[in-house]
Design a protein around this ligand. Structure first.
Ligand code: ZN
Length: 242
């Protein structure tokens, strides 16, 4: 495999890397995270003030920006438009910027936990709104996310739940998968298996195409006690008003 001159991709979660990451060579299991090499500092938007070491804890898939600019222009041509007409002249750049902002989103620090003397309490956080992109149609969907967990000695800072939800929303997604990834991450960081996640999503691929109807898709992931004990599950659902 050829490593790009100032980027080095290291293995994460079994995904296949985008073509630009490997210069066209296939390398299963490699993707998503890069660390600067040759003493180059990554561009400011890529680091958000993180040190190289902190960058390792931040999912940061990179886009191929020049390719996006080119594709933006080709997209306009494919739509039968004139990319050089006044209103569209800057559209490929804006389009490429939007993709970069979406994919290279940096959720910040996710895992600030506090020790807690009181355990066994159910904590729920609801009303977190995230925007994501349906991987089947590349069309946006929005989700309202509710997360519940029962702490086992460690409690997670409140804002971290929203950061976790945003982190997994900023990639090509399916709603069911998004809920699963949020639940798994909360389990991993808090060290408890008692985690519940409910997502209510509205999908543009349903309201703006196909059947062209508005509707809400609800999906849930119940781990640990939320799966095995209906009382805990019902209490969580009551808390979030479901
Ligand atoms: Zn879709």
């Amino acid at each position: 495999m050829t490593v790009p001159i100032d980027q080095h991709y290291i293995s994460m979660n079994g995904h296949t890397p985008p073509e630009h990451a490997t210069n066209g060579h296939s390398a299963p299991g490699m993707n998503q995270l890069y660390i600067g090499m040759n003493g180059h500092t990554p561009p400011e938007h890529a680091t958000n003030g993180h040190s190289a070491l902190e960058m390792l804890s931040v999912i940061s898939q990179r886009v191929n920006y020049p390719k996006l600019l080119q594709l933006g222009r080709e997209l306009l041509l494919a739509l039968g438009e004139d990319p050089d007409r006044e209103g569209l002249r800057d559209t490929p750049r804006r389009w490429a910027d939007a993709w970069r902002e979406f994919i290279e989103y940096d959720p910040g620090t996710l895992d600030t936990c506090f020790d807690s003397a009181s355990v066994d309490q159910m904590v729920t956080i609801s009303g977190i709104r995230v925007s994501s992109l349906c991987e089947h149609h590349l069309m946006p969907f929005t989700c309202e996310v509710a997360i519940g967990y029962i702490a086992q000695g460690k409690v997670l800072g409140l804002s971290k739940f929203a950061r976790i939800a945003h982190k997994f929303a900023h990639r090509l997604q399916l709603q069911e998968q998004l809920g699963q990834q949020i639940a798994d991450e909360v389990c991993r960081i808090t060290g408890t298996e008692n985690v519940a996640v409910v997502l209510k999503g509205e999908h543009l691929c349903m309201s703006a195409r196909g059947i062209r109807t508005h509707g809400t898709m609800t999906s849930s992931v119940m781990h640990g006690i939320f799966r095995t004990e209906s009382e805990a599950r019902m209490e969580f659902l009551r808390f979030i008003g479901s």
